[in-house]
Write a protein that binds this ligand. Structure first.
Ligand code: ADP
Ligand code: MG
Length: 368
């Protein structure tokens, strides 16, 4: 009897200790909330971010920016968009007045001096070309034009014929670019060549836009160009902060395939077969061309890469890994220590170790 009472006492003691633990935990949560509240309502950040979307560089670009002084934040975002419009004037192949259009018209006749922006993009393109042995190739222009996926889709035209594809392939090859670093000139060794920087120009623009924001004192926010994004600083506020929650779309579904939690300064680039394509007699033809075959790449249906030091490189790598496909592209990403999520042609999802560290949630992809 006595013994039992003692045991009950002990039980009671344990329960009390447990209560204390719970109370402590609740207290910590409250203190945490109060702290976050201070961060949320105070100083340093506006509670609501300023956000603006504009169609530029052939996609919807959204800049979300936080700051204490709303007018200053708005001014910084406006100037960022002006910078993106300036870059569009350099990179847009559909504008005959753009710098790239002029380069493509003139570079077969002799060396053409290019702007620093275009030069940097071309150099990054050449570097990635060498690393992936030609899966990524900025001279893919003639094949992109021949495939003209959106035009063919709108007209209901069939894919190009084998002979046309073979002829266009003759005009593709970074090895046929002659670059002079000292003079910053570009020359085509074969007439009919054309540079297309669509695979990395948005990533480059991401860095230029971020630079403008930072130079105006805005270092917290998020720049989204749909397929290439960048987080800046710690996410303010209680909801998810200080990490940024980013969703990766399911290439065959309506919903997100995965959500990532990312620190500031992280690039996220996606290449997929589901945004620009046409279907012809039950076959999908999309906008990422394998320069080695001349046909849309078939080794993956979506690739997302996370990390890296530069936007242009991040953007180029997602395209390159897409072209290399499964499993080669995934292995390459792993060897680069890159975060990479790939949906293979059968719809299976694969992640490198670097990606797993950022994953909040990942689901199965919808049927292919
Ligand atoms: P998004 O256009 O959605 O940003 P990507 O970054 O993957 O997607 O770039 C695709 C674009 O890159 C194409 O529209 C085309 O302009 C260009 N491109 C297509 N195939 C290649 C390739 N093998 N290497 C380099 N650029 C390519
Ligand atoms: Mg890309």
């Amino acid at each position: 009897m006595e013994e039992r009472e003692e045991r009950d006492q002990e039980g009671l003691g344990r329960k009390n200790r447990r209560d204390t633990v719970i109370v402590t935990a609740v207290f910590l949560v409250l203190v945490g909330a109060a702290f976050l509240g201070v961060k949320l309502f105070n100083p340093g950040y506006s509670r609501e971010p300023y956000q603006r979307t504009m169609f530029v560089l052939d996609d919807y670009v959204t800049i979300t920016a936080y700051g204490k002084d709303q007018a200053r934040v708005e001014g910084a975002v406006e100037e960022s968009f002006r910078e993106l419009q300036r870059l569009q004037g350099i990179f847009d192949r559909y504008d005959p007045e753009s710098e790239i259009s002029r380069l493509n018209r003139e570079a077969a006749q002799g060396p053409v001096a290019v702007s620093e922006d275009l030069w940097r993009v071309i150099i990054t393109g050449v570097e990635v070309y060498r690393e992936c042995e030609g899966a990524f190739d900025i001279t893919v222009g003639p094949l992109v034009d021949l495939w003209d996926v959106l035009g063919r889709g709108a007209r209901g035209d069939p894919p190009p014929g084998e002979e046309e594809i073979a002829a266009a392939r003759e005009l593709v090859g970074t090895d046929m670019l002659e670059l002079d670093e000292a003079l910053r000139t570009v020359r085509f060794l074969r007439p009919g060549m054309a540079i297309d920087v669509g695979g990395l120009a948005k990533g480059y623009a991401l860095d230029r836009a971020a630079e403008v924001l930072r130079s105006r004192g805005v270092d917290t926010g998020y720049i989204s160009m749909i397929s290439t994004d960048l987080t800046l600083g710690e996410k303010p506020g209680a909801a998810g902060g200080p990490l940024w929650r980013i969703g990766i779309l399911d290439p065959r579904g309506e919903d997100y395939l995965a959500t990532l939690l990312l620190p500031g300064g992280t690039y996220v680039s996606t290449s997929g077969d589901y945004q620009r394509y046409f279907d012809y007699q039950g076959v999908r033809y999309h906008h990422i061309i394998d320069p080695r075959t001349g046909y849309p790449a078939r080794g993956a249906i979506s690739v997302t890469v996370v990390g890296g030091e530069e936007g242009a490189r991040s953007d180029a790598l997602s395209t390159a890994i897409f072209v290399l496909g499964y499993p080669e592209g995934l292995r390459w990403a792993e060897s680069l220590g890159l975060g990479c999520l790939m949906v293979d042609p059968s719809g299976e999802v694969h992640c490198t170790e670097g990606m797993e560290a950022h994953l909040e949630e990942v689901k199965e992809a919808a049927g292919t």
